[in-house]
Write a protein that binds this ligand. Structure first.
Ligand SMILES: [Zn+2]
Length: 56
């Protein structure tokens, strides 16, 4: 599993995204950022999140 923690992405948020692939994690992360934080998701956001994804 791959995991991305939003609190490591500079957001005051304990949300964790799990997925089998990087693409799946990024898709869920983008969804949460939009719905949970009203954030506009840019290529920069995706690059940052991609670099923070860890193997679990
Ligand atoms: Zn959140």
């Amino acid at each position: 599993m791959k995991i991305l923690r939003f609190n490591e992405a500079g957001l005051d948020c304990n949300f964790e995204v799990h997925g089998k692939t990087v693409e799946e994690v990024l898709k869920k992360a983008a969804d949460h950022a939009r719905k949970g934080h009203n954030l506009e998701v840019t290529e920069d956001s995706l690059d940052t999140w991609r670099s923070l994804i860890q193997e679990d």
